[in-house]
Ligand binder design. Sequence first.
Ligand SMILES: [Zn+2]
Length: 312
Amino acid sequence: MSGCTRETQRCEFWQQGGSYFRPPCCTAHLKDLLFFTRNLLTRHGILHWLDWGALLGAVRGGEFVPWDGDVDFGVMREDRDGIVALAPEIERAGFLLDLSEEAYTWRIVLSPFNFLHVDLFHWRDDNGTLKMRWRNCPEDSWAFPRSFIENLQPVYLYGEPFLAPTPVDELLARYRYGDDYLVPRRGDELDNRVRAYLPVRRFLARRIFAERMQRNLDLLRQLLDANAFRDYDCTLPAGGSAPVSVDDDSPDAQLAYPASAQKLFLELLPTLESAGFQVLRRPQPGVPSPHRLVKEGASYDFVERVPADCTV
Ligand SMILES: [Zn+2]
């Protein structure tokens, strides 16, 4: 098992039954996001602290809770504009700022395909009490006194310091997980994340996906043209830029060529592969099945063009 990458969907390990654990690939990506986010917010002087499951994991054992699937920081709602202004820097680092659920969380996501992420939960100071919004829950469901963040102290995750509310044991016991918060227990650390994702995925991916797909389609056409493979028609599906996952069977673009060009096309496959296109489906003899090329999550199907006078 090679695990998830930036170019694949994340491992949906929480769907693997009641005793799942986060696989090493996801842990590695979450650590990248964790360190990046801390460094980013620190460098820009934005008040932040480790929150929720990430805080619990740090205090319990200096690691993420083994079945937790994201990283949580707390920030102040008044810092929204300062954080949104960091989007270009976040993208330069290869991540994305996802504001699709910004009423609840500003999210730093691993990639347009892999939605492992950091949640920046934004707290509002209501006369000395911090309150946070999450879906339909009352805003004071998790309220705690502002004094906890007035003297942030480090806790350690993977050997590195992260600012935490103080006194952290009182926060965790009294305002979060109960007196036995040090006892590992599945469930309460999961917050609401498991149920929250599918709509976000498509929303976030659309723009970046469309840009990449167009870039790779241009590259593909250049390579085909340069190798005398010119007689083909390219069609984009209706809606064009809607993201389609790799395991979805509909192509993102379809290129039809005459049967007479198939030999040349087959000869070009190594060239296309060396340009980064992965050949996922080889032709089956006697079946007009497409050759599917995939790059950066978008698929390009090559099919034999059916002559117009052969259609019934
Ligand atoms: Zn993974």
